[in-house]
Design a protein around this ligand. Structure first.
Ligand SMILES: Nc1nc2c(ncn2[C@@H]2O[C@H](COP(=O)(O)OP(=O)(O)O[C@H]3O[C@H](CO)[C@@H](O)[C@H](O)[C@@H]3O)[C@@H](O)[C@H]2O)c(=O)[nH]1
Ligand SMILES: [Mg+2]
Length: 197
């Protein structure tokens, strides 16, 4: 049985770049007992991400950028290899991911397919992330990518699929959305993993 929830209070703890709220609510458990609890929830909106793949070449496009939260928690260089991704702003997820693909990687792609939608950190972050896959071809390249301005500073990587997959095991790719999409591509035979001999 699902609990009955009643929100009593929503307090803004921080409202700088994104927003940190503290919610106080009652939750009614299985035995009918009512508890009052408080939890913080970080609201940075929703996002979308995409695995760009080329079936003929068996390659994928990934991005590499500095991520401060990882730098302060054990990632020595702070650099993260990730699938292209961005926040929705006012877009729907499909329009968002087409726009982000062009801004970050320089490819103007046509078809994108949604594969799943995921709460990436359900105990603390409100965000739903919409996951896509989409094929890219060389003739769809319209600019160098890299992000909207010097603040994003994104490197674009084109990698052999098997090499990208091996980078997970070597700890060189350690971003959840990226691992999920590479595994999705392998499980569903979108691309083929070939172990090095
Ligand atoms: N000035 C400033 N800039 C910020 C701050 N926090 C983030 N930014 C910048 O805001 C930009 C947001 O870029 P997007 O491409 O729209 O988002 P993203 O950070 O790539 O987010 C994607 O990846 C996240 C991590 O996996 C996902 O959580 C998110 O849903 C999305 O897919 C980035 O350049 C980021 O550095 C901040 O506190 N201050
Ligand atoms: Mg981004």
């Amino acid at each position: 049985m699902n609990p009955t929830i009643k929100i009593l209070q929503k307090e803004t703890l921080s409202n700088n770049w994104y927003t940190l709220y503290k919610y106080t609510y009652t939750i009614t458990g299985r035995n009918g007992q009512q508890l009052t609890q408080s939890r913080e929830a970080y609201d940075r909106g929703n996002g979308a991400t995409i695995l760009l793949y080329n079936k003929a070449a068996q390659t994928v496009i990934l991005t590499r950028q500095f991520r401060l939260p990882t730098f302060v928690n054990g990632n020595e260089t702070g650099m993260m290899i990730e699938t292209c991704a961005g926040l929705l702003d006012l877009d729907n997820p499909e329009d968002c991911i087409r726009r982000e693909t062009e801004e970050e990687t320089g490819y103007r792609i046509s078809d994108v397919r949604k594969v799943f939608e995921v709460y990436m950190s359900p105990g603390s972050v409100t965000e739903i992330l919409y996951f896509f896959v989409g094929e890219y071809t060389l003739d769809q390249k319209v600019n160098d990518g890299g992000g909207v301005d010097e603040h994003e500073n994104i490197d674009v990587l084109e990698l052999d699929f098997s090499e990208a997959f091996d980078m997970i095991a070597r700890g060189e790719i350690r971003d959840a959305k990226t691992i999920m999409l590479l595994q999705h591509a392998r499980i569903n035979n979108i691309l083929t993993y070939r172990r090095p001999r």
